[in-house]
Design a protein around this ligand. Structure first.
Ligand code: ADP
Ligand code: MG
Length: 564
């Protein structure tokens, strides 16, 4: 593999078609990125290519610019086919082709993705699209229907090639490759290239040019990587504090599973944060709307799984937070690459437990950068931050003027109240809705595990907690996350103050802090889950030591006291 060493040429040196060059200028790109400088000349010659460079380094333009330069626009059939692993990525690539090809008369770009109307796709193909971008499934559909013909194809591109050659996709990719002419140029681009994937790649490429831009020097150079030592129960409060104090414009929070996506979203929205989630089980159009809302600033925090967020290009993301550790070093680089796009700077904050030093080690290896350990903002820091925010608000209100309040204030002064004391009272009233600051060392929680096995019921409630019974259970299809979300939301408390949850058949038992005022309990009792009111009541009847052979039908005697 070669690696970047020569000084960057300019776009003008690259023998691109003048109409393509002018589009690049319009877009304001000054110089080609290293991956562009090193791959464009060989791609213009029609060579097979394996290009590897960190995310956000402009790989799309690296293949789109030369391939657009080689199109025969008078030939109205597919000449370039790009496969991408997700619909969003395919759309991003298609949009890039249209932008870079904006001065090419007669250029047509078709997007073939699942979840979208066949009609538009068929029309674009009928109009003679020269560039086709899609996800494998839908591309195969069109091949099967005969609406997509690849006999005239000059180039096949696999974007995010590492993903495309993994188990889930490889068969589809093989099928598409089988339908493309033997001599078509094959171009694979990827941010990472695990060894087992590289072996597969070599089967598909003929005498390829291999370009790898060393990630050690480029990965995350503009991304500040931090580490927070935090374990299980304290993670939610840690996240909330970070989101409150950090200068976040947009943030993406990574969790491992879809279920965790939903739970965390509920917990954060219960705290009044503007969040949405992006996971594989979202319906396509909803996914897209979510990304648009993130781009436009309608939401600030996106909770996502690795697959769902791959390749996401949203420039305003200032923070990536690894709430759950990534599975491997590849996933880590993909995740942090969602920030620091196009020359901006970004911050990646990774939560790691106290025993997860080894994993931290391989993440540092992957980027060639040490993570700096970051202390969580303590209560004083949060208070100071809130004072700062409130200070700004007051100054803004002073500037805007508040004359309509003067009669009231003058009356209070005339009644003999001290102006400073008055102002303090006003400030307290104005800040009454600031969320309470949660505790970082949350009590250990044992929620019902996902397999439905109840936790050990033979123990009493956790310290400082009281057990309550709520009137929904397995028979209502309720999940622990839903209960946490509803209780926290309705009661206006943080999800991490809610303790163990034990879902039984007809009801569930929830631990809540014994210090909760009854007004909050009353509010919680009004919450509805699975269409039913929760009807909270103290779980007096649940025996502390359950009899061994009680039938667990959820209808165990409630009021009967066990004999000692
Ligand atoms: P990758 O596929 O490597 O993750 P993208 O192709 O999505 O990266 O590009 C990342 C961002 O960089 C995009 O917003 C793109 O418009 C921008 N970009 C690409 N090439 C250049 C360049 N030469 N100069 C400035 N910005 C660029
Ligand atoms: Mg890309």
């Amino acid at each position: 593999m070669t690696s970047s060493s020569v000084a960057s040429p300019s776009f003008g040196d690259l023998a691109l078609l003048p109409a393509v060059l002018s589009a690049v200028e319009t877009l304001g790109y000054q110089t080609p990125s290293p991956i562009q400088a090193e791959t464009i000349p060989a791609l213009l010659e029609g060579r097979d290519m394996l290009g590897q460079a960190q995310t956000g380094t402009g790989k799309t333009a690296a293949f789109a610019l030369p391939l657009l330069s080689r199109l025969d626009l008078s030939r109205r059939e597919p000449q370039v086919l790009v496969l991408a692993p997700t619909r969003e990525l395919a759309q991003q690539v298609a949009v890039s082709f249209s932008k870079y090809g904006q001065n090419l008369q007669g250029l047509e770009v078709a997007i073939l993705c699942g979840g979208m109307e066949y009609r538009d796709q068929l029309q674009a193909l009928k109009r003679g699209a020269q560039v086709v971008v899609g996800t494998p499934g839908r591309v195969i559909d069109h091949l099967d229907r005969g609406s997509l013909k690849l006999e005239g194809l000059n180039a096949l591109v696999l974007d995010e090639a590492d993903e495309m050659l993994r188990m889930g996709f490889i068969d589809d990719v093989k099928r598409v490759v089988a339908d493309t002419p033997q001599d078509a140029q094959r171009v694979f681009f990827s941010a990472t290239l695990p060894a087992e994937i590289e072996r597969i790649v070599n089967r598909y490429l003929v005498d390829p040019v291999k370009v790898a831009i060393e990630s050690r020097t480029t990965t995350g150079e503009n991304i500040e990587q931090r580490l927070v030592r935090v374990d299980g129960g304290a993670k939610l409060e840690a996240l909330a504090r970070i989101l409150e104090v950090e200068p976040v414009d947009g943030a993406i929070v990574f969790v491992r599973t879809r279920a965790a996506c939903t739970t965390l979203m509920e917990q954060l929205s219960a705290r009044g944060l503007n969040v949405a989630s992006l996971s594989g089980d979202l319906d396509q159009s909803l996914r897209e709307r979510t990304i648009q809302r993130l781009k436009r600033g309608k939401i600030d925090v996106l909770i996502a799984t690795d697959v769902a967020a791959r390749g996401l290009d949203v420039p305003r993301l200032t923070h990536v937070i690894n709430y759950d550790l990534p599975q491997d070093a590849e996933a880590y680089t993909h995740r942090i690459g969602r920030t620091g796009r196009a020359g901006r700077t970004g911050i990646a904050i990774t939560f790691a437990g106290f025993r997860e030093g080894r994993k931290v080690g391989w993440m540092e290896q992957a980027t060639g950068q040490k993570m700096t350990e970051m202390a969580l903002p303590d209560e004083a820091a949060i208070r100071a931050h809130r004072d700062e925010v409130f200070h700004h608000k007051v100054v803004a209100a002073l500037t805007a003027g508040a004359e309509e309040q003067s009669a009231l204030v003058e009356r209070l002064v005339a009644e003999g109240y001290d102006p400073i004391e008055l102002a303090c009272a006003f400030a307290r009233l104005a800040r009454a809705d600031e969320a309470p600051i949660g505790r970082l060392q949350a009590p250990r929680k044992e929620r019902a595990p996902r397999d439905g096995k109840p936790p050990n019921r033979e123990r009493g409630p956790s310290e400082g907690m009281i057990r309550y019974r709520v009137s929904v259970g397995h028979k209502d299809g309720v999940k622990p996350g839903q209960l946490v979300g509803a209780l926290a939301n309705e009661g206006g408390i943080e999800g991490n103050r809610i303790g163990r949850i034990d879902i039984r058949n007809a009801f569930s038992v929830v631990e809540l802090p014994s210090s909760l005022p009854s007004s909050i309990l009353a509010k919680m009792a009004r919450a509805r889950v699975a269409g039913r009111p929760l009807e909270i009541s103290e779980d007096r009847g649940a025996p502390e030591r359950a009899p061994r052979r009680r039938r667990d039908d959820g209808e165990a005697p409630i009021r009967r006291r066990e004999r000692a």
